[in-house]
Design a protein around this ligand. Structure first.
Ligand SMILES: Cc1cc2nc3c(=O)[nH]c(=O)nc-3n(C[C@H](O)[C@H](O)[C@H](O)COP(=O)(O)OP(=O)(O)OC[C@H]3O[C@@H](n4cnc5c(N)ncnc54)[C@H](O)[C@@H]3O)c2cc1C
Length: 319
């Protein structure tokens, strides 16, 4: 395992200065379920020498609702989000997405902040001992583009020459809810938070502190659907999150987001438009699913994801 020095931060300010003091060689850790995997397998050359622990910062783990919506501390465990009655009732797509991450054990360790900042799962990028010096690590080419891109790879083109997808399950749900990511420096709309090549738009010394979700429109419904090879402890091959208002009668607003099929969660306005003015039905769900997958640019081995993602969009709309 890559050796590192561990710093327990007691405040966001302290964590920030530890990142600044060790610029370029430090990273924060929350649950560690993603980062420590990279350290153990030594999967890339530029692993951190200093790890700044956020778990020692008090008051960053909470789920609060007020008149403006939901606020979730960045250190909140995925299990607690999945089990929260307010999230299950009013923000169902997020509770469902959190409940589908990995396993019971990982959901008890993994945080929402870590979930949206996690690294990609392309097997060339994640290869142990950095066997493949891929484009994302500073190499000259994307091995996945020319090689085996069956699973964690895009059907909507690459980002900066890399075709890995964003693997987060909660990310599409947050984009569907039009969430805001609050950091130590700013507030960013969830759709703009993700970057296909660097995962997020965070600076090296920037920390996610809170997720804010506006109160969904009255009478709305939301759902998340995921397909993976195994039913547990497996990343999505594709996922879909939808927020529709109202749930019955003529739809006035709809957000449809695809996950794990593109370098970032993909908000498809055409799919929402196919629903607006109609009520939920097999026919409108099919039209929205077709619109959601329009413009795909398949690779050789991942064509199956189109039908899969269409099915997930329909399932989420009709659930
Ligand atoms: C076997 C296995 C299966 C998995 N399956 C899934 C799955 O099905 N779906 C899924 O979505 N994920 C999956 N994961 C990925 C992931 O580990 C978890 O989803 C988890 O949420 C990551 O959170 P963490 O707190 O452990 O992150 P950490 O490992 O602590 O951090 C991950 C990354 O985020 C950064 N980071 C963490 N917190 C912050 C913050 N507050 N501000 C800025 N940067 C931060 C870290 O520097 C690091 O780069 C799986 C992981 C494993 C090991």
């Amino acid at each position: 395992m890559k050796q590192f020095k561990h710093i327990n931060a007691t405040s966001v300010a302290e964590a920030t200065s530890a990142l600044q003091d060790n610029a370029g060689v430090a990273k924060v850790i929350a649950g560690g379920t993603d980062l420590l995997g990279e350290m153990i397998y030594w999967s890339r050359p530029n692993l951190p020498e200093y790890i700044v622990d956020l778990k020692t910062i008090p008051d960053m783990e909470y789920i609060n609702e007020d008149s403006s919506g939901l606020k979730i501390g960045a250190l909140t465990k995925l299990h607690d989000i999945a089990a929260s009655s307010v999230v299950q009732t009013k923000y169902a797509a997020l509770a469902q997405a959190a409940s589908k991450v990995a396993s019971w054990q990982i959901r008890h360790m993994g945080t929402i902040g870590g979930n949206i900042c996690q690294e990609v799962r392309c097997w060339y990028f994640r290869s142990s001992s950095n066997k493949f010096y891929c484009f994302r690590k500073g190499g000259l080419l994307c091995q996945a583009l020319l090689g085996d891109h069956r699973y964690q790879h895009s059907i909507f083109g690459g980002a900066g020459g890399c075709v890995a997808v964003n693997p987060s399950d909660t990310a599409p749900a947050l984009v569907a809810f039009d969430a805001t990511i609050k950091t130590s420096k700013k507030s960013i709309n969830a759709e703009a938070f993700f970057d296909g090549f660097t995962n997020t738009v965070l600076d090296d010394d920037e920390i996610v502190t809170e997720i804010q979700i506006p109160t969904p429109p009255a009478g709305s419904k939301s759902a998340f659907a995921k397909a993976s090879i195994r039913r547990a402890i497996d990343f999505a091959l594709a996922s879909a999150a939808v927020v529709i208002a109202p749930a019955t009668g003529s739809i006035t607003s709809a957000r449809v987001v695809l996950g794990s099929v593109a370098p970032t969660p993909r908000l498809v306005t055409g799919a929402g438009d196919a629903l607006i003015g109609n009520s939920v039905s097999e026919a409108t769900a099919t039209a929205a699913a077709d619109a959601a997958l329009a413009g795909n640019t398949l690779l050789i081995y991942n064509k199956y994801k189109v039908a899969m993602a269409k099915g997930l969009v329909k399932k989420a709309i009709l659930s």
